[in-house]
Unconditional design. Structure first.
Length: 176
């Protein structure tokens, strides 16, 4: 299925997971764009009841920050919850995903002030995820790393196990 891509989005890179421990975008986040979009389509975990997370790097992906993440999220579906953290080791995108035929995570993630160096790098996302073979949830999340060092790489991974499959695409958003 093809997705419509508005003209203000510039495709920078696309990666397809295949039993991947992580999906990373390095050396593409720079001063060319002030805003980025990551589209995750039909991501499937290797393990049940796992969360999709995101990490930031300030050294082009040589290492990823493991402190000072703050986020909040709202899950609506078969169960509802509102959760947040002001001191975590990663950013929450969506959770309680299961494995199996027909399961998936779809998410659109907006990234702001990544290469600012003055303001904290921030994100917000809208996701839909299957939480059982017949139940789904919508997840709205947002957060930041409280540091102000410019972020130039991002990494996605599940809280446990590999990413069995899925497509991850990074876009630069043209300023108007």
């Amino acid at each position: 299925m093809a997705y419509y891509i508005p003209s203000y989005l510039v495709k920078l890179s696309s990666q397809t997971a295949s039993s991947s421990s992580t999906i990373s975008f390095t050396s593409l986040i720079n001063s060319n764009y002030s805003t980025y979009l990551v589209r995750i389509r039909t991501a499937v975990p290797a393990s049940n009841a796992v969360n999709m997370t995101m990490l930031f790097s300030t050294n082009n992906g040589t290492s990823y920050l493991s402190t000072n993440y703050a986020y909040g999220y709202d899950i609506r579906g078969s169960t509802n919850s509102d959760v947040g953290s002001s001191t975590d080791t990663s950013l929450f995108i969506a959770g309680s995903q299961i494995t199996g035929s027909g399961t998936f995570l779809n998410s659109d993630i907006m990234l702001y002030d990544m290469n600012s160096g003055t303001y904290s790098a921030k994100f917000n996302s809208n996701s839909v995820v299957l939480t059982s073979s017949t139940n789904f949830a919508t997840v709205i999340s947002g957060g930041m790393n409280t540091g102000t060092t410019a972020v130039n790489a991002i990494e996605f991974k599940y809280s446990s196990g590999n990413i069995s499959s899925g497509t991850f695409t990074l876009y630069g958003v043209k300023d108007s």
